[in-house]
Design a protein around this ligand. Sequence first.
Ligand code: SAM
Length: 228
Amino acid sequence: MEPHLWKYDGKYGVDSLSYEESFKYLFNPEEGFQDFNQWAQQRRFVGRSAHIMDLMGRGDFMEDYDSMLGIALTEFRSQEERAAQKNKKIIVGNLYQGKIWGKIKKYLTERNFSGFDLIVCRPLGPFVHKAGFECKFRQEYLEIYFKLLQRAYNLLSPDNGIILTELPEFKGRQELDKAFCSVWMEKLECAGVKVKFDCREQDRGSICIRMDKSSASPQDLPDVMASV
Ligand SMILES: C[S@@+](CC[C@H](N)C(=O)[O-])C[C@H]1O[C@@H](n2cnc3c(N)ncnc32)[C@H](O)[C@@H]1O
């Protein structure tokens, strides 16, 4: 195994954050769950499914689900582990290329799923574009991010599906990013998308977002690139 490869998706050591820590301010107290296993149990209790996709991660952040699909550049499980974890699959591939999205759609169609009930995307490294201490914001990263988010949103179940994601640096500075996000949020709300931002100064200084999809939600996200 290459020593530099990331092995600890979503549950690495004490110095880092769990997914619950990253996204906890996007959980609504009245919903009554504080972690993802509880979220899945609640869904099951009311006869709903819990099909999950971890974009840029290997789905190690929770145990209680109907199915888990991880999308990452590497897969560490042995043949025996894969056989034992029947409801977990990892597709190895590059999300910046179109063909992996075809594989994800095929995965859904083969299983007759209407979409994923939860999609999480906390890439850390891939969205941080830094050289030394200088932040290298580039417009094309923004375009790529919104294309990925659109594709993910399209694969979200309309049965109260949730997307949780950490955002890349949009404008390269926290205050500019917050201003950008408030314009974007307005645009999303105007289009009928249920959305919540967490713009606190977190330990990594990142901004997180949650979108909820129901049968009343629009099919597509509004084009944000028109306003940047
Ligand atoms: C730093 S790890 C973060 C893992 C996990 N999401 C977490 O927060 O603990 C980055 C993950 O993104 C995956 N990754 C990076 N670039 C990717 C790409 N272009 N397409 C698919 N996966 C990618 C890596 O394989 C790795 O699993």
